[in-house]
Ligand binder design. Structure first.
Ligand SMILES: C[S@@+](CC[C@H](N)C(=O)[O-])C[C@H]1O[C@@H](n2cnc3c(N)ncnc32)[C@H](O)[C@@H]1O
Length: 245
């Protein structure tokens, strides 16, 4: 991998002067994910976050290849990362929550594909890799956590190669046809665990405005689950055609 993303919780993520946004040390993880309450909430979800049908399906759709450099935004406990690592691709697990990064690192060490897995402090709004260096980006059940959707989309447009592909998927637990609707979807209305779901149409508009191509944003089904599904290819033309700020 030409540019090693920040590997250390204490390390400052790699910065690029030409797109320094003045965010300084601002933490881009959602405050609902931080602290002991956040950790406890995720421990409850551990069986679903260790391995999940939706992560398997999304990684299979993205289809990482052995020579590729790919990113899982908001990798959680690594359900998607570990499946992708079996392809031989270099997988960068981006996670803003320190507890999750600890779990990811433990899991990485125990995994026989560990040399394909890189864990980095980052978020959708702060992807610690070079411009146009990534072949594929995916995110599962994180869009509703993003604190700055526009910035997240701009980061995807910046980091994806023109030939690259992106697949962003959030399950819609509030849909009664979701197999886990009774468990997660009934008591939150349009909200899910206190986070607001994103709108497929709005995401599509933002991706097109950021210069991504072949954008397809819709409500769909993946692995038998109702989802918001945003698929696209990397930006054509130069980065200057679609300035981030
Ligand atoms: C419901 S979990 C999903 C984790 C994993 N993708 C999976 O499917 O198992 C949501 C994840 O989003 C992460 N997250 C929170 N804020 C984020 C942000 N701004 N950008 C990217 N991920 C974020 C959380 O730390 C958490 O790991």
């Amino acid at each position: 991998m030409p540019d090693e993303p920040a590997q250390d919780d204490d390390a400052e993520p790699q910065r690029h002067d030409h797109h320094h946004h003045g965010h300084g040390h601002r933490h881009h993880g959602h405050e609902n994910d931080q602290g002991i309450t956040g950790a406890l909430r995720y421990i409850r979800l551990l069986p679903l976050m260790w391995r999940s049908p939706i992560n398997d399906a999304v990684v299979d759709l993205v289809r990482p290849e052995a020579h590729e450099q790919v990113v899982d935004i908001g990798a959680g406990m690594g359900a998607g990362v570990m499946r992708a690592a079996t392809s031989g691709a270099q997988v960068i697990a981006i996670e803003p929550t320190p507890f999750m990064r600890r779990v990811l690192r433990m899991r990485r060490v125990l995994n026989r594909h560990r040399t394909n897995v890189n864990v980095a402090d980052g978020a959708a709004e702060r992807i610690p890799v070079d411009d146009r260096s990534i072949d594929a980006i995916w995110a599962v059940n994180t869009m509703h956590h993003w604190v700055d959707i526009e910035r997240g989309v701009a980061e995807i447009a910046r980091t994806l190669r023109p030939s690259g592909r992106v697949l962003l998927v959030d399950e819609v637990f509030t849909d009664p046809s979701h197999p886990d609707h009774q468990r997660f979807g009934t008591d939150h209305g349009p909200e899910h665990h206190g986070f607001t779901m994103v709108d497929a149409g709005r995401m599509g508009t933002l991706l097109r405005a950021a210069g991504l191509t072949d954008v397809d944003a819709s409500n769909a089904r993946i692995a038998g689950r109702p989802v918001i599904r945003i698929a696209a290819r990397g930006p054509r033309g130069s980065i200057a055609d679609h300035p981030v700020d």
